[in-house]
Each structure stands twice: as structure tokens, then as C-alpha cells.
Design a protein around this ligand. Structure first.
Ligand SMILES: [Zn+2]
Length: 415
């Protein structure tokens, strides 16, 4: 097959480097062969697609989604739909949501929990070419306690032996990584978001056995005690990392800067989830300058602890928790835009924190996430200059996955 060359007025490579204007990506055998200024060394038979005033950037990475969840109007509705669904319905929902993400530029999703092993089948169906979908990393079900957060996903473990067995069960079924609910959560009544679900010894056993099996551990942590326990147990990604106090109430925080400083930048990262509550501030906004001062301040305030962690050198990446209450899978661009305000990021930094940075923290840094030679040609094309205006990320023109155009104007292309 001849090379495919994509050209546009702006190219942002995802690594945090300054934009190229203009830029082009040369694609060969599904991978990026070259990135640079247009022209000169293109083979004579190369197919050239010129997107004019658009921007080329890496496909987005949403490293915390639930493809089986339906983003209902509230937690009880979303939970009820999932609990009442058949396995076939859960799989169909998962495929639909994964495709909605892909059509809007999310070329990689990491699913942080669904019913037992169903997401392994979804991932395999995508990888085997039976259905079109993004690159999907799955954990199967999250490991939780009886009566614990997301117990209705079916994987309960209540002591040291059971958490180890749960790790091995998910690994045997084909999990890409292990998810543990280290604290209670908002979506499951009767759990305590501010309190831990496991003892230090149980969490350590879970982490040790996962690492023995070469699986990363993603830990759901809302409460401060759970955050500290997860940091010290050596979990790889701290999901949410909200620093709630023991009451677990929204807005009641107990940030522990000393504990946060123990996060090892080489092996650990914080995955901030910027969901519907933050997205609503930037919905319909064409340029951040349009936002009212009060909206900007409220959104900025939401990021205070994550900004503090980032400022002290902790890797912080941004994902969405898509699937939970009103956080739709096809609105990740709004998460990118909101993150620019809440973490005070330039457009280039906002792209990095939702592409190459998460690729690196979830073990895909050699696979995707940047417009770099050797990586998969996962490319998003959006209108105008994203380097000047981050809001353009919500206007996708085309999506390429492994060098193949899979979506145009928010619609998936037939296989
Ligand atoms: Zn989640």
C-alpha cells in the first residue's frame, strides 16, 4: 500500500512540544513513519490528504471509562439499568459506547470496571475485527468488598486470600490491568466514600500479586485515608484521588501534601476524573475567553489539589469516568477543555495530559498517544488551530485508528 500523508495548517504531536505550522504525518502500514513540515521527501505514489486550516493531533485517550454504564440522569438510574440488564445487553451497550467515543476522537479507552469478564469479550471482538472500536484496555470487574462500591459488578473479595484470588481470576480471564475499590464510592448507596474498604495488608497483597503477574493496579480512591494507603501500597494509578475527609461529602477535603509527596513519579500517577459536573461549564463555549469570570473561578477551584500535586512533580493525567451519571462517552472533548481551566493548562498541555501522558501512565507509551515515528497512526483531525483555541478539540473532522480512517464528522465509517 502506498504511504498516506495527512497535512494540516497545525500539528500538535501530544508530547508537549510546540505546534508545527504547517505539519504532516506520513503513515505506512498503520504506523507513523514520519512527522514534519509538508513536502520534499514524500514518495511519488503517496496518497496525500490536505485538511487545510485544521489541526492534526494524536487520538485522545480516556483512561477511566465504564463502557457498560449508560450515563443516566442520576446514579440510581444508571446503576438500575446496569443491574437489570442481561449480559447481552451489557455487551451491546459497551460496544455502542466504545464506538461513540471513537467517532468523536477517543482512539484509546481504558475501562475501569464492568460486569465480571464481559469487557474482555468486547475488547477481543474489537481486536478480532468483528466490530469497530477503539483500543480498549479492560480490567473485567473491579475488586470490591461485599456491600462495597460497585459490588453489583460481581467480584467481591473480603480478606487477604480472597483479594489475591480475585486478582488471579481476572488475570486468568485476560484482564489488561487490575482495578480495586480502595474506598467507597458515590454510585453505590451504603458505601462510605471517605472510608477505606481494605486493610493495608489486604491492599498490599493485592498490589504484590498483581505486580507478580505484571499487571498494573488502578485504585479507586476518594477518601484521604484510602489515597494514602494506595500510595504506600504502590498502586500504579490513583483514580480520582479526591482527598475527601472521613465524612466523604463533596467539598469536605483533607489534602495531605506529605502523603502526596510520597507518590513515586517513575511508577505512580494520579488520574483526575473530569466528568459532567465540570463539562457543563464549557458546554457550548467556543472560546475560553467567552466564559464568565465566576464560571472560570468555580471550575478552576475544582482543580486545587490536583494542581498542587502537579506543581510538586506528581504525574497527573485527566480522564472522564464516562458512563457514570450524565458523563457521556462522546463528550470527552469537553473534559479536555474543562481540564485546561481546572488545571490551568495551555492547549498544548491539555492535549498532552489527555494523549501521550496517559498513554505513558497506562503502559502504552510505546504503542500510541503521540504523533511520533514508530507509534500507531491514531490521529484526530479537528477544525481550526487547537494550539490557539482548545475548544476546537470538540469539532472533529476525521479520526484515524492504526492508519485507517474510521470516522468522519462524528460518524463511524462502515468497515
Ligand atoms: Zn469510575
Amino acid at each position: 500500500m502506498p504511504d498516506l500523508v495527512l497535512r494540516a495548517a497545525t500539528l500538535i504531536d501530544g508530547t508537549g512540544a510546540e505546534p508545527l505550522r504547517p505539519g504532516q504525518v506520513t503513515i505506512r502500514d498503520g504506523k507513523i513513519a514520519a512527522v514534519g513540515a509538508p513536502g520534499r521527501r514524500d514518495p511519488a505514489d503517496a496518497e496525500i490528504v490536505d485538511y487545510g486550516d485544521a489541526t492534526l493531533l494524536p487520538g485522545l485517550i480516556d483512561a477511566h471509562v465504564h463502557v457498560q454504564f449508560t450515563a443516566g440522569p442520576d446514579h440510581p438510574t444508571t446503576r438500575g439499568i446496569h443491574m437489570g440488564a442481561s449480559d447481552a445487553e451489557r455487551i451491546a451497550t459497551a460496544i455502542g459506547n466504545a464506538q461513540r467515543g471513537l467517532a468523536t476522537g477517543v482512539t484509546t479507552m481504558r475501562d475501569t470496571g464492568g460486569y465480571l469478564t464481559l469487557n474482555m469479550d468486547v475488547r477481543d471482538a474489537i481486536n478480532d475485527g468483528h466490530v469497530i472500536g477503539p483500543r480498549l484496555l479492560v480490567c473485567g470487574a473491579p475488586i470490591t468488598t461485599t456491600a462495597g462500591h460497585l459490588h453489583w459488578c460481581g467480584l467481591r473479595a473480603d480478606n487477604r486470600d480472597e483479594v489475591v484470588e480475585a486478582v488471579r481470576t481476572m488475570a486468568e480471564a485476560g484482564a489488561d490491568f487490575i482495578k480495586v475499590m480502595a474506598t467507597g464510592g458515590m454510585m453505590t448507596p451504603g458505601t462510605s466514600p471517605g472510608m477505606t474498604q481494605y486493610s493495608e495488608g489486604e491492599l498490599q497483597a493485592l498490589v504484590d500479586d498483581s505486580h507478580r503477574l505484571r499487571k498494573q493496579v488502578a485504585a479507586h480512591v476518594l477518601g484521604t485515608t484510602g489515597c494514602i494507603m494506595a500510595i504506600d501500597a504502590g498502586v500504579d494509578t490513583l483514580e480520582h484521588c479526591s482527598w475527601l475527609d472521613e465524612t466523604g461529602q463533596h467539598g469536605a477535603f483533607r489534602f495531605d501534601a506529605e502523603a502526596a509527596a510520597r507518590i513515586s513519579p517513575a511508577t505512580q500517577s494520579v488520574h483526575m476524573t473530569v466528568g459532567a459536573g465540570s463539562r457543563d461549564y464549557v458546554r457550548g463555549v467556543d472560546h475560553l475567553d467567552e466564559m464568565s469570570e465566576s464560571d472560570r473561578e468555580e471550575l478552576y477551584e475544582r482543580g486545587r489539589y490536583h494542581r498542587a500535586m502537579r506543581a510538586s512533580g506528581t504525574p497527573v493525567v485527566v480522564s472522564s469516568d464516562a458512563g457514570v451519571m450524565t458523563t457521556k462517552h462522546d463528550e470527552f472533548a469537553l473534559t479536555v477543555i474543562a481540564a485546561a481551566v481546572t488545571l490551568d493548562l495551555s492547549p498544548v498541555e491539555a492535549i498532552n495530559i489527555t494523549t501521550y501522558a496517559p498513554a505513558s501512565t497506562i503502559g502504552l507509551g510505546e504503542v500510541t498517544g503521540a504523533l511520533k515515528p514508530g507509534l500507531a497512526a491514531d490521529v484526530l483531525v479537528v477544525e481550526d488551530d487547537v494550539g490557539e483555541n482548545i475548544c476546537c478539540v470538540a469539532d472533529p473532522i476525521a479520526v484515524y485508528l492504526g492508519g485507517r480512517e474510521v470516522a468522519r464528522d462524528r460518524r463511524l465509517l462502515a468497515a
